[in-house]
Design a protein around this ligand. Structure first.
Ligand SMILES: C[C@](O)(C(=O)O)[C@H](CC(=O)O)C(=O)O
Length: 288
C-alpha cells in the first residue's frame, strides 16, 4: 500500500533545509485552524484528546478507539498534509502495539510515536513517570515495525523515551539508539529540561532525525522553530495557539468577531454548500 502522507513526511525529513513544525491538534476545529494557518503537519496530541474528548488528564485513559477515530477524522480533512500522531504506549505488548499501528496506518496517518512508559502512563511533563525495561521497549518498536512491513507501509516510526527524568540523559540516549536499531526512524527524547540537553540529544542521535516536543507550562524550554532548526531538530511539536481566537475575538472597533459562523466557515461551510449546489442539491439555494 502506498502511504502518500508518509512519503511526503519522509521527503520533508530528508530536506536539509526543512524543519517540520507540528502544532498540536485534538479535534476537528483545531485541525482546521491549523490547516487554515498554513501549517503543513498537524500533530494529534493525546493530551489534547484526553482533555477535550474525555475531560480527563493525560494519564493513559484514552482508548485506541478514541485515538484512531480522531486520527482518521483529522487525516481525512486534507489528504495532502501529513499528520503525525501520539500513539502513547499502545496499550501493552507486541500484539497490541502491532494492531494499533495497523489501525493508524489505515486511518491515513503519516507518522506516530511510541514510548517506553508503563501502560498506566502520564504526560511526559508530569512527575513520577514509570518505565518499562529496554527489552520490552524494543519489543514495542519491533512490533510497530513488523506491523508496517506486514501492510507494506512506510509510516514514519518515532521512538519516544521518557527515561530522562528517572534514569538520566545517557540511558535515555541508549534507549533511543536501541529503538532506532529496532526500526525507528526518528528519536524523541521527552521532557528535556535544559537547552544543553536539547542540543546534546541531536548530537548524540545523529544522523537519526530528532523530534522536539514543547508544551506550554511543561518542563522543556520553549524555543521557536528557527532556534530548533539551528539546533538541527527535524520536527518541532508545539502548541496551536489560535483556536480560541477563531471562536471569538474583538475587532479594532471593539465589536466581537469570530464566533460560531466563523468556526463553521473554517470547517468548510461554504465548500459544503457549494458541493450541494454542484451536485444538483437545493438545500442551500437560499443561502446558509
Ligand atoms: C506529547 C504529549 O504526549 C501529547 O499528548 O501531546 C504530551 C504533551 C502534553 O501533555 O501537553 C506529553 O506527554 O508531552
Amino acid at each position: 500500500m502506498v502511504n502518500k502522507a508518509a512519503a511526503k513526511l519522509r521527503a520533508q525529513l530528508a530536506d536539509p533545509d526543512e524543519i517540520v513544525v507540528c502544532p498540536g491538534v485534538q479535534d476537528g476545529l483545531s485541525a482546521r485552524v491549523c490547516l487554515q494557518q498554513g501549517f503543513r503537519n498537524p500533530y494529534m496530541t493525546g493530551a489534547g484528546i484526553a482533555i477535550s474528548l474525555l475531560g480527563m488528564p493525560d494519564l493513559g485513559l484514552i482508548t485506541a478507539d478514541d485515538m484512531v477515530r480522531n486520527a482518521s477524522m483529522i487525516a481525512s480533512l486534507d489528504r495532502t498534509v501529513p499528520v503525525i500522531t501520539d500513539a502513547d504506549t499502545r496499550f501493552g505488548g507486541p500484539a497490541m502495539v502491532a494492531r494499533s499501528v495497523e489501525r493508524y496506518i489505515l486511518a491515513g496517518v503519516a507518522g506516530l510515536h511510541i514510548e517506553d512508559q508503563v501502560s498506566t502512563k502520564r504526560c511526559g511533563h508530569l512527575l513520577g513517570k514509570e518505565l518499562i525495561d529496554v527489552a520490552t521497549y524494543v519489543a514495542r518498536i519491533r512490533a510497530a515495525d513488523a506491523a508496517r512491513r506486514r501492510l507494506e507501509d512506510d509510516i514514519v516510526l518515532i521512538a519516544r523515551t521518557d527515561a530522562l527524568q528517572s534514569l538520566g540523559f545517557d540511558e535515555a540516549v541508549r534507549r533511543l539508539k536501541a529503538a532506532v536499531a529496532a526500526g525507528a526512524d526518528v528519536a524523541f527524547l521527552e521532557g528535556m529540561t535544559t537547552k544543553d540537553d536539547m542540543q546534546k540529544t541531536v548530537e548524540a542521535m545523529a544522523p537519526t532525525p530528532c523530534l522536539l516536543n514543547m508544551v506550554s507550562g511543561g518542563v522543556t524550554p520553549l524555543i521557536d522553530a528557527a532556534e530548533a532548526r539551528r539546533m538541527r531538530y527535524k520536527i518541532a511539536a508545539q502548541e496551536l495557539k489560535a483556536t480560541g481566537a477563531i471562536r471569538e475575538r474583538q475587532g479594532p472597533d471593539g465589536k466581537v468577531i469570530g464566533g460560531v459562523r466563523e468556526c463553521f466557515e473554517v470547517c468548510g461551510l461554504s465548500e459544503c454548500a457549494e458541493f450541494d449546489k454542484e451536485m444538483g442539491g437545493k438545500a442551500y439555494a437560499d443561502g446558509v
